[in-house]
Design a protein around this ligand. Sequence first.
Ligand SMILES: [Zn+2]
Length: 141
Amino acid sequence: MVIVAAVLFAFAALALTLCIRTSDLPKPEPVSPTQHLDERKAQIYENLRDLQFEYRLGKLSDADYQKTKQSLQQELARVMAEIDAIRPPVPVRALHQKAAAMPAANPASDSRQCPHCGARFDRALKFCGECGKPMQKGARA
Ligand SMILES: [Zn+2]
């Protein structure tokens, strides 16, 4: 009787786990919305390579080669168009603006040259060794 109860309990637990697994857990999201298209694209490229290889070996006639190549290229164009429709192209201008906004090396902030007398030193100093004024422009003495 104890064994039967244990077995039933085990089955119940298993059934519960399976139920939760199938109903409560969300379906795994694809890594990228274009992943299947990217895979398809890679597959077409591979087919094109294989086709060229076989053509060079003389296994295909010119007509067969051209026909298959064209159909593969048409399919490739379709896949590329679908990818473009899903994934908007990266705006190039935004990238340039971002690069321009990056802080450039500012010679005025070089604390190795005195902004007052122009004396240069081989290391950063708080006060000029020549005129004794603060090395950082705008810094108060
Ligand atoms: Zn100085």
